[in-house]
Every structure is written in C-alpha cells, then in structure tokens.
Design a protein around this ligand. Structure first.
Ligand code: GNR
Ligand code: NI
Length: 172
C-alpha cells in the first residue's frame, strides 16, 4: 500500500480519459483500491477516483467519516447511477486534482448507485446529502468530467488558465 502522486490540472490528457470497466475484481484491483485509500487519506480528501492517480479503471474510494471518528472506507468498482432525484441541491465542491479552488455546484439531491464492492459483490445504495454529491463527483471523474464542467464557462476558463500558468512556472 502506498501514497501515489495525484494528477492535477492542467493535465487534462489524463483527467479527461474515460475509465474502463473492471472485468474482475481481483487482488490487483484490491491493491489499487488500497493505494487509492492511502492517497486519499494522505491528501486529505473524502473521495478519490482511480484516474486521479493515473489508473483509467472504474474504481472509486470514499470515506465520509469525520476526523476523530472510526474510519468508514467505501470501495466501489464500476459504480453507475441508476436513478437521480428530480430535486437538486447546491454544494460547495472542491477536487484534489484542482487544489484550493471551490465553487457551488448544483446536482440531483439524491441518487441510487449500483456498484461492486472490493470482493466483487453487487450492491445498490440510495444516497442523499454529501454522499450523493460525492458519488456524482467521483462517477463524473470516471467519465472524464470535472466539477468545473458544472460551473460557468468564464470561471472554468479562469481556473484552467491559472493552473496552466502555475505549471509553466514549475509551481505544481
Ligand atoms: O475531498 C473532496 N471533497 C469534496 C467536497 C465536496 C464535493 C466533492 C468532494 S470530492 C473531493 C475529493 C476529490 O477530488 N475526489 O474526486
Ligand atoms: Ni475530484
């Protein structure tokens, strides 16, 4: 288990990739899950998609437990949204691939998500609140979508430009 470097903007060549379904959840998959969890905890963050460590497989880890509480890691292979509520909610989002940038994003308030766990067993969860937001944010990553794609074009262009500039100056 090891902490991996997190892929940051402006590296859209990686971050925009559409991740591939995981055919078999096996020991190699569990090893990626473990690296993802360690990387997410080290960041620290509450969710991570495999593409954020450069692995284009449909794998997500989440842990919404508060600091000081018992950790509650979740491991999701091939997660997919099978239902979204018509009602939407606003949440101020951030992303470990876009450090120090936060913006309000409107998304469905509740979702039902099908996935396989780290043993390959199928599950369906009905999520609301922060879990619903986080699941949608991570599933977006698997499709090459970033939360800045849900904000205004002007704000998106500004943040991409800021990260391009920082990268050129060697500050990333
Ligand atoms: O750590 C994270 N916090 C967060 C806060 C609000 C909405 C979404 C997130 S996910 C983010 C980690 C991350 O970038 N996952 O892809
Ligand atoms: Ni993210």
């Amino acid at each position: 288990m090891s902490v991996k470097p997190i892929i940051l903007l402006p590296d859209e060549k990686i971050l925009r990739q559409v991740s591939k379904p995981v055919k078999q959840v096996d020991t190699a998959t569990r090893s990626i899950f473990d690296d993802m969890l360690e990387t997410m905890y080290a960041a620290p963050g509450i969710g991570l998609a495999a593409i954020q460590i450069g692995v284009a497989q449909r794998l997500v880890v989440l842990d919404l437990s508060k600091t000081g509480e018992t950790p509650k890691p979740m491991f999701l292979a091939n997660p997919s949204i099978v239902w979204s509520s018509p009602e939407e909610s606003d949440y101020e989002e951030g992303c470990l691939s876009i450090p120090d940038f936060y913006e309000m994003v409107q998304r469905p308030k509740e979702v039902k998500v099908q996935f396989q766990d780290r043993n390959g067993e199928a599950h369906e969860i009905h999520a609301a609140g922060l879990l619903a937001t986080c699941l949608q944010h991570e599933i977006d990553h698997l499709n090459g979508v970033l939360f800045i794609d849900h904000i205004s074009r002007l704000k998106r262009a500004r943040v991409i430009k800021k990260f391009q500039k920082a990268d050129k100056l060697g500050r990333l």
